[in-house]
Ligand binder design. Structure first.
Ligand code: SAM
Ligand code: SF4
Length: 325
């Protein structure tokens, strides 16, 4: 079992397999990124897999592949199969913008993937084009349909933004309910790479929108999940709210993040990271395990988004496309 310096059990590894992306979401990567990692610095799937084995052997039982856009990385299904074959019953999931999913869904399913989180911020083509920087909605919708058709379990992530998609919260809930998909609203997390003019909706404002039409009951967090669940009583339908600005958000944090070039990151907010690249390139299992132990020891108690209303606030310098959200 992996325990961090604050006594929390860590059993969840998120791996960003590439920081590259085919979208330019305003809240994530509106411009060309601050630095493209040169291709030769990317860890190969074999190198990433060495660390995956170290992490699983130490107690990780949930892995999510993310990015950037993970489906841009060729042979992702081969990597999924390697992980899946290593440990039966592992909770293996993927987060994607779904643009390449129509073609990839069946291969991912065949490789052993069970669950997908898909970003869907709007049901309006022009708003989707505004958020993502290109005309994407038709293809994303096809991707969602295809994932459901091949039998993958899907959740939808929406980041509500003031004046952009804040009037679509109820519509996205309808969309999810009609397909038996859980919707999770994610509070916009301020960071220096995003379009600085953006204003995210606070969790309580998102809930107010839902309450304009429905009665909701708070159900609580599901284990260490960052999502706080609510039930819409009239519909008997559950949705989630990911609210990192709330003070208790980090209490049960169970995750660490690995970037495509091998930086092991203890917290989504802060810049600190230690590299496993040298160890995995040498096949040094003990070296990789030592870095993992140090990162757990250094894991901060909580993020600083909750302090964002303070005047001396510090905006996170971490890029979501690098850490994978
Ligand atoms: N490209 C994939 C996608 O968009 O689903 C995976 C990577 S993306 C960085 C992972 C998640 O982070 C997405 O659900 C996205 O909406 C979310 N995200 C990115 N930037 C964010 C921000 N500034 N605040 C909140 N969520 C953010
Ligand atoms: Fe790409 Fe996902 Fe970031 Fe959008 S949120 S720019 S799709 S990595």
């Amino acid at each position: 079992m992996l325990i961090d310096g604050h006594g929390r059990e860590v059993n969840y590894l998120r791996i960003s397999v590439t920081e590259r992306c085919n979208f330019r979401c305003q809240y994530c990567m509106p411009e060309k990124p601050f630095s493209w990692v040169p291709k030769e610095n990317l860890l190969t799937f074999e190198e990433l897999f060495l660390f995956v084995k170290v992490a699983i052997d130490a107690g990780v039982n949930k892995i999510r592949l993310t990015g950037g856009e993970p489906l841009l990385r060729a042979d992702l299904d081969t990597f999924i199969k390697m992980i899946n074959d290593y440990k039966e019953g592992l909770d293996l999931a993927l987060t994607t913008n779904a643009f390449l999913l129509p073609e990839a869904a069946q291969r991912l399913k065949d490789a052993g993937l069970k669950r997908l989180n898909i970003s869907l911020d709007t049901l309006k083509p022009d708003v989707a084009a505004k958020i993502a920087g290109k005309n994407v909605l038709g293809q994303v919708m096809k991707g969602i349909d295809k994932a459901l058709e091949v039998g993958l379990k899907v959740k939808i992530n929406m980041v509500p933004l003031k004046g952009i998609n804040d009037n679509e919260i109820l519509d996205i809930l309808d969309y999810g309910r009609a397909r038996d998909i859980k919707v999770r609203f994610i509070e916009y997390m301020e960071n220096v790479h995003a379009d600085q003019a953006l204003k995210g909706m606070h969790g309580r404002e998102i809930l107010e929108k839902v309450k304009e039409k429905y009665t909701i009951k708070a159900l609580g967090r599901e284990g260490a999940s960052p999502s706080f669940n609510y039930l819409i009583q009239e519909l008997d339908y559950e949705f989630g709210l990911i609210d990192p600005h709330k003070h208790d958000f980090c209490e049960n944090c169970n995750r660490i993040r690995l970037t495509a070039e091998g930086n092991l990151i203890p917290c989504l907010y802060f810049d600190e990271a230690l590299s496993i690249a040298e160890s995995v390139k040498k096949g040094d299992i003990q070296g990789a395990a030592d870095v993992l132990a140090q990162v757990l020891k250094d894991k901060p108690k909580e993020n600083r988004w909750s302090e964002d209303e303070l005047e001396d606030r510090e905006i996170s310098k971490r890029a979501f496309y690098e850490t994978g959200g």
